[in-house]
Design a protein around this ligand. Structure first.
Ligand SMILES: O=P(O)(O)OC[C@H]1O[C@@H](O)[C@H](O)[C@@H](O)[C@@H]1O
Length: 360
């Protein structure tokens, strides 16, 4: 068991990353950019790999969306509404995220499925609307994001930004810049990096909670297990957020679950026995992990969720909930989530490979 402390970083000061989609583009546009990375410290300038074209088009109800495609065939779809990833496909074109057939693509309703962003409040832990407002605001493409301090930029990516409107400032009186980079690796891994900066000019700090509310697509919830959370403490949302300790070998599902696991490892596996697929979730700056499945009764009560759909989804959410993040003006926080989908016969790292191999 290990916990990841929240990271608070000074302003980034190195090489610029590429953003190539003009904010004014209409219908479907395709842009390719090659970025020269400026020196980081004393290092030489390097030329970033050629950027894979990003497509911008109209999605459901005319909402703007971005499609990222990697050369080997994987893809991701991102709605500017919510800065919301609605699709992630592997190089066989198989959908890896759950999106409800009843999802309502109409503001102010958040899209049911994919990866909603919960900010500046997770769940009902505060005075704001459930899960905060980032998931039902219109984000824009960030044409000039500050550089990432290290690493080669990915080839297929988009940078989005959310800043509060005057209306937002009335309900949460803090200025911020929320930058979200969504990228696909050549192997088809989906990475989301959030950089949130306090831009208050009144000298005031602010505090927030956060989650990447990822809906994984699974073949049958009763055949799924989650590894990496066993023996950890959790707050049970179904029991007034009381604190318990998880017992047993791994997490399996036979009824509604809504738990916030605390101080979780940086790597969690979701094994889909029937599909023989393992999702590996890696995270940074996000110590907690929420596990949610509404099960039958709650499914029926949700207007934007099919009665039987709970069988085919599981939310495992990289989150910062127990210890809210506080930023002073000028400070930036970074929280990263990386998702891979691999055959269940493969796993590496801190999880016990024998258990993942057995897959049950
Ligand atoms: O219906 P919403 O607002 O998208 O929330 C869905 C669920 O999201 C989970 O993260 C919460 O732990 C649950 O309590 C909640 O029901």
């Amino acid at each position: 068991m290990s916990s990841t402390p929240p990271t608070t970083m000074p302003p980034a000061s190195t090489a610029p990353a590429a953003v190539a989609v003009p904010a004014t583009a209409a219908a479907t546009t395709t842009t390719t950019t090659t970025t020269a990375t400026t020196p980081s410290g004393a290092g030489p300038a390097v030329t970033a790999p050629e950027r894979v074209p990003v497509e911008r088009s109209k999605g459901i109800n005319g909402l703007d969306k971005i499609v990222l495609r990697e050369v080997r065939g994987s893809s991701a779809e991102v709605y500017l509404y919510g800065g919301h990833v609605t699709s992630w496909k592997n190089d066989h074109g198989e959908e890896l995220l759950f999106l409800s057939s009843k999802a309502i693509f109409k503001p102010p309703k958040a899209i049911r499925g994919g990866i909603p962003i919960c900010f500046p409040q997770f769940s009902n832990l505060g005075s704001l609307e459930q899960h905060g407002f980032a998931r039902n605001r219109f984000w824009t493409i960030d044409t000039d994001p500050p550089p990432f301090p290290t690493g080669t930029p990915p080839k297929a990516f988009v940078d989005l930004i959310l800043k509060p409107t005057d209306e937002d400032l009335k309900i949460w009186s803090h200025s911020f810049e929320f930058r979200l980079r969504i990228s696909l690796s050549p192997a088809g891994d989906l990475m989301l990096t959030s950089r949130i900066r306090n831009t208050n000019s009144d000298g005031k700090p602010f505090t927030f909670t956060f989650a990447y509310h990822t809906y994984f697509s699974v073949s049958d919830i009763s055949e799924v297990r989650v590894e990496g959370l066993e023996t950890l403490d959790y707050l049970d949302n179904l029991q007034n957020k009381e604190r318990f300790t998880e017992q047993g070998d791994a997490i399996t599902f036979e009824s509604e679950v809504d738990k916030i696991y605390l101080g979780t490892p940086t790597k969690i596996a979701i094994l889909d026995h029937e599909k023989k697929r393992t999702f590996v979730l890696r995270k940074d700056g996000l110590p907690d992990a929420v596990v949610w499945n509404p099960w039958e009764k709650k499914a029926k009560a949700m207007a934007d969720f099919g009665d039987e759909e709970y069988k085919h989804m599981l939310c495992v959410e990289a989150a910062a909930v127990e210890k809210p993040i506080t930023l002073r003006p000028g400070e930036e926080w970074r929280g990263r989530q990386e998702l891979s989908a691999v055959p269940s016969s493969y796993c590496s790292g801190q999880l016990d490979p024998r258990r993942v191999l057995q897959g049950s």
